[in-house]
Write a protein that binds this ligand. Structure first.
Ligand code: PEP
Ligand code: MN
Length: 376
């Protein structure tokens, strides 16, 4: 059960103290307080776990400071969509809105290599009005002898260049909790010219200690990639780990599943799950066409598979596209063969716009059809 308190509830007030005292005296029920600092107000929610079936909604609603009561199912307590759940399905970070109802593109380098390449990438994004990018500094590699990323050494110049080109949010994978502090420090030293969305890669989806550490972190939103060899439920529980520790600014990333059924793609594309995540949770959904497809194969219609699957995800309502580009894919240190080329950026963005418009038209059509049939 979730108790949603009146906005800006004062923690020093007598009412709040009375509420906490009441909750502390409930037998076999534990409570946990979550604060959400919005731009306008502070929202406080209290999560009750344990024997909550015996609690009466009306009684809980009559407690001091309580504005609403949400009864949650067992699963995905914080991030799930529950019956009568009107909690928001979006968050704002660094001036960018991440929601189930909008779309952001994160085109960029799979791995940061040279300042020259980063500059070319960021300049092109700025020219196309883009304010988000992906830049991998810490790379989890299958082979220990492969390039592992420049790590913290590249952060100062990556952040500085991002600021110079008006980039507001960089998706950046971390593989160890020490990387959080390194990113925080580098941002601070650079005067916070940009923001970072911490990315948990598919190889770390069930690294619970990493998830807990990131979950305790209030500074950064998180892009959690679905695990490539586990069930959807297990991946959603991984997202819940972040939220249960306090960080609920989570985007859920689909990036394909490891199975031979995926052949000839690097992974079996799972973008049909976009609406499923929307239905089960309040998280915005990201698709990663690059790591799903893994090549620049095109069909006779002249359209790359990466473009096709992106459109498929976007027409189903995806909220974020994470995609690899490189100015000289032959020189890329990681994943060159799947990178899109700089002269394809405008074309790719336009193709996405077409798919998004089609999604919006489909939404309108669905509403009209529902209204006509009298269904709710
Ligand atoms: C990446 O986005 O760079 C990446 C390694 O993705 P994934 O964890 O999905 O393989
Ligand atoms: Mn990659």
């Amino acid at each position: 059960m979730i108790l949603i308190l009146a906005p800006d509830t004062n923690k020093d007030s007598t009412e709040y103290r009375q509420l906490l005292e009441f909750l502390s005296n409930l037998e076999n029920i534990q409570h946990r307080v979550h604060d959400e600092k919005g731009t306008q107000q502070l929202l406080t929610e209290i999560y009750l776990v344990g024997d909550t079936a015996i609690l009466q909604n009306d009684e809980m609603l009559s407690l001091p400071c309580v504005e609403r009561v949400v009864r949650v199912s067992e699963e995905y307590r914080v991030l799930g969509r529950h019956h009568d759940d009107q909690r928001p399905t979006y968050f704002d970070y660094h001036g960018v809105r991440f929601g189930q109802d909008n779309l952001n593109v994160f085109a960029g380098l799979c791995a940061v290599d040279t300042p020259e390449h980063v500059e070319i990438m960021l300049r092109a994004l700025a020219e196309h009005g883009q304010v988000c990018t992906r830049m991998g500094a810490y790379k989890p590699r299958t082979n220990p002898y492969s390039f592992q990323g420049h790590g913290k050494a590249c952060l100062p110049w990556v952040f500085e260049l991002a600021g110079k080109h008006g980039i507001k949010v960089i998706a950046m994978e971390i593989t160890h909790d020490a990387h959080i502090r390194e990113i925080q420090q580098a941002l601070e030293d650079a005067g916070n010219p940009t923001g970072v969305m911490l990315q948990v890669g598919t190889r770390n989806t069930q690294n619970f200690e990493l998830l807990k550490a990131i979950g305790r972190e209030a500074d950064f939103p998180v892009l959690l990639k679905r695990g490539f060899g586990i069930t959807l439920e297990e991946s959603l529980n991984a997202a819940e780990y972040l939220a249960s520790e306090g960080n609920r600014r989570v985007v859920f990333g689909l990036r394909g599943m490891k199975t031979n059924m995926g052949d000839p793609h690097r992974n079996f594309i799972d973008f049909a799950h976009v609406p499923v995540i929307h239905r089960l949770t309040r998280m915005p959904v990201c698709i990663d066409p690059s790591h799903s497809v893994g090549s620049r194969d095109a069909t006779h219609d002249g359209i790359l598979d990466i473009f096709h699957v992106t459109a498929q995800g976007v027409i189903a309502g995806a909220n974020m596209v994470l995609v690899d580009f490189h100015p000289y894919p032959g020189k890329a240190l990681v994943d060159g063969p799947q990178a899109l080329h700089m002269d394809e950026l405008g074309y790719f963005l336009e193709d996405i716009r077409i798919a998004r418009k089609a999604y919006e038209a489909r939404l309108k059509l669905a509403r009209k059809a529902h209204a006509a049939s009298g269904a709710d």
